[in-house]
Design a protein around this ligand. Structure first.
Ligand code: ADP
Ligand code: MG
Length: 442
């Protein structure tokens, strides 16, 4: 372990047990836990900023809160300055609380409305028994000044400040006990764009002045670009990709990172004509995450078995077809209806058998679909699923990609480690980002 690693996260797991309904209790059913964080791994070097990005609900806040021991992990470990946080003695735990802090997204709700700004900033000094009354007052005035407020404002209440000023108070409170490490959980997401840059600049200045280490959480890649040294991209409780900020933006390795980058508005005119493929659909439930690669249900480049030549669009349809049979959205009854007059309407509404898809495939791919259709129509649902799985199942479905390791830049994607070269054929005609895809595979 390199000496200046301040925070080390290994296989960290945080599952939230679901609350049981009355019927669950009656039948003594156990409900599946929410796998908010599911085996993540990274380290943060002293003095650096690690950006943590991903869509809402993918486990970023849970990660930050678990690292700060505000939540107990259900697996794995967090080490702070060489000691596992679960093994701290009482005095070590107290020191840890003093050396760490958090800034939240919504400043107003994180500030006690019945306390003045001065009292809010003084509170941690009282809790940690730091300084005399006079020293505390001086420290509070110094902090107000340092975060860009005036000491005269110490007697005002949170609601008397603007959103940006409230966040400055929250930052001053976090700095009061002179911490080494802060988790900044979407600190500018609730602020006006014009104020965001001011707060980001303030955070950067404070980091330089006090030698702070940050875990900077955001759902928007464009925000982390300006503040991070390295970036970890999170998806459904996993780290999809981690690397130096320039590599993440210029040479992304994971299709999810690419998709996030695509959704960042570009200011430059030269880029305004690019081909935008925004992320479709919502993040699946972390209670029942997809098997294999968690991103596969939304991934634009799922890997077909090596002996199948099929366009990504048709392959996606085949996978959707099997999913519809598996979760009971497509049954023998739907096919009977498709047989009778309403075939076209059913195809259009995606409720029946995808006749167009069957027609568009050739050879054994088409035969497999015809066989599966006959099996389903005859009431043999399991056989239909098996037939489709046998022929079409993707490695992305079967196996979880290897977790990004400690390498400088790494992604958890089968395309990185697995795709045979001829698969390039699948990507070249359907994407404007050929060069990037070539890069992944080389
Ligand atoms: P993010 O910060 O990336 O938006 P969170 O860490 O807040 O994600 O949440 C991750 C998942 O865990 C979400 O599905 C969320 O609903 C769930 N979750 C968060 N907190 C709790 C909790 N206290 N109990 C149960 N589920 C939770
Ligand atoms: Mg959050």
């Amino acid at each position: 372990m390199s000496e200046d690693v301040l925070v080390r996260v290994e296989n960290l797991e945080k599952y939230y047990e679901g609350s049981k309904t009355l019927t669950d209790r009656l039948f003594r059913r156990t409900s599946s836990p929410v796998k908010a964080v599911d085996g993540i791994h990274f380290q943060i070097t002293a003095g650096e900023t690690l950006g943590l990005v991903g869509e809402s609900g993918c486990g970023k806040s849970t990660t930050g809160e678990t690292i700060l021991a505000l939540r107990d992990p259900t697996g794995g470990s967090v080490t702070f300055d060489g000691t596992a946080i679960t093994e701290f003695s009482d005095s070590e735990a107290k020191t840890f609380r003093q050396r760490t802090g958090m800034v939240f997204q919504d400043p107003l709700s994180s500030l006690n409305p019945r306390m003045t700004a001065g009292r809010i900033i003084r509170e941690p000094l009282i809790v940690h028994n730091i300084g005399t009354e006079e020293e505390r007052r001086e420290r509070v005035d110094g902090l107000l000044d340092r975060v860009g407020l005036s000491p005269d404002q110490r007697d005002r209440y949170p609601h008397e400040f603007s959103g940006g000023q409230q966040q400055r108070i929250a930052i001053a409170r976090a700095l009061a006990v002179e911490p080494d490490f802060l988790v900044l959980d979407e600190p500018v997401s609730a602020l006006d764009v014009s104020v965001q840059a001011q707060i980001l600049n303030l955070l950067a200045d404070l980091q330089a002045d006090f030698g702070l280490t940050y875990l900077f959480i955001a759902h928007d890649l464009s925000v982390v670009r300006h503040v991070s040294d390295r970036v970890a991209v999170m998806y459904l409780g996993n780290i999809a990709e981690i690397g130096p900020v320039e590599d993440i933006f210029e040479r992304p390795q994971h299709p999810y990172t690419e998709a996030l980058l695509e959704s960042v508005p570009r200011a430059r005119l030269s880029e305004s004509g690019r081909d935008i493929t925004p992320l479709k659909d919502d993040v699946p439930s972390p209670r029942h995450p997809p098997s294999g690669c968690r991103f596969r249900t939304r991934c634009p480049v799922v890997i077909p078995p090596s002996d199948i030549e099929i366009s990504q669009a048709a392959y996606r349809e085949v996978m959707n077809l099997r999913e519809r049979i598996e979760d009971g959205r497509l049954t023998a009854v739907d096919i009977d209806q498709t047989d009778t007059a309403s075939e076209e309407a059913a195809t259009r509404s995606h409720s029946g058998w995808p006749t167009e898809l069957t027609r568009s495939l050739h050879g054994s791919n088409a035969e497999t679909l015809t066989t599966a259709r006959a099996e389903l129509r005859d009431g043999n649902r399991e056989a239909a699923i098996e037939t489709l799985r046998d022929r079409f199942e993707s490695v992305c479905e079967r196996r979880r990609p290897a977790r990004p390791d400690d390498a400088a830049h790494a992604a958890a994607c089968h395309l990185r480690n697995w795709a045979p070269l001829w698969h390039l054929m699948n990507y070249i005609p359907c994407s404007t980002q050929t060069s990037r895809r070539l890069y992944w595979i080389m």
